[in-house]
Write a protein that binds this ligand. Structure first.
Ligand code: 8IG
Length: 272
């Protein structure tokens, strides 16, 4: 068994060979809704099924296989990673962060993590994008659990002060006016929360809740990359608005937001 870092190195070499891209600058992990928006970034020079790369596990969402799209945005070599996988699909933390480790091994120094999430602030309605300022990891795991990272990699006792880069957040606000910042709480899911759990999350300082992002952010920081997190509020979290949560509504919000998400990425990527 190779360790997860060697596995990422192997996948990165495969990716470079197949895509013809020597080194990436930025990797964008696309959450629900964001993939549809990302087509606005232009025509990819290359699209690779992630199943063809070592260590990548297939998403269990029907009809969605993972892909890595390579494209140039304002002179930056960008990789778009679609088909994110989650803990709730039965994956290990190492499997969840493998795409991020692979893109960093392929040169990316900036990791943009996008997601769809539930919102706790009644004044930020579904369809709005929030910049992640910090997170609360409620997955009860870490991609750094297990044997220590091999020689040449940073200590597993990684400092998460400034996990979500202040420099990148400032760059985003400089490019796009009026975006709120929030604290993202990552649960394991796949169930949505009870209203009591959302009240707990609020008391602990969360403004956004979701089931992704936190492990990838930790893994990226550990490897020295700069992390930007962008959340599309897709629904009010349980108990915030009257009425039940509904997965179809969540998907609808994503569809409706696609155009604005694409415009947002187009404005943001060149300033990172
Ligand atoms: I979209 O309300 C989306 N993802 N945990 N709670 C959690 N994840 C989510 C939610 C939500 N909405």
């Amino acid at each position: 068994m190779t360790n997860p870092y060697e596995l990422a190195q192997l996948a990165a070499n495969e990716l470079r060979n197949i895509s013809g891209v020597d080194s990436y600058d930025v990797a964008v992990v696309l959450g629900s809704g964001w993939k549809e928006g990302a087509v606005a970034l232009g025509v990819p020079s290359n699209v690779i099924p992630s199943a063809s790369l070592s260590g990548f596990v297939a998403p269990t969402v029907a009809g969605h296989s993972g892909q890595i799209l390579s494209l140039d945005v304002a002179g930056l070599k960008v990789a778009l990673v679609s088909g994110r996988v989650h803990l709730y699909e039965g994956n290990s933390a190492d499997q969840v962060v493998h795409p991020v480790r692979t893109l960093i091994a392929a040169g990316a120094r900036t990791i943009v993590l996008t997601n769809a999430c539930g919102g706790l602030d009644p004044t930020i309605s579904p369809g709005h994008v929030v910049v992640i300022r910090d997170h609360l990891n409620f997955t009860a795991t870490s991609p750094l659990e297990g044997p220590p990272p091999p020689e040449g990699y940073g200590s597993r006792f990684v400092d998460l002060t400034d996990l979500y880069s202040a420099r990148l957040r400032a760059a985003v606000h400089g490019a796009v006016a009026g975006l709120n910042e929030g604290v993202y709480l990552g649960f394991r899911g796949p169930h949505y929360e009870t209203p009591a759990e959302i009240e707990m999350a609020r008391a602990m300082g969360a403004t956004l809740v979701g089931m992704s992002t936190v492990l990838e952010a930790i893994a990226a920081r550990h490897l020295g990359a700069e992390v930007l997190g962008l959340s599309l509020v897709s629904n009010y979290a349980a108990g915030v608005a009257s009425g039940p949560l509904n997965h179809a509504e969540v998907l609808e919000t994503g569809q409706a937001a696609a155009t604005s998400l694409g415009a947002l990425l187009t404005q943001i990527l060149p300033v990172l």
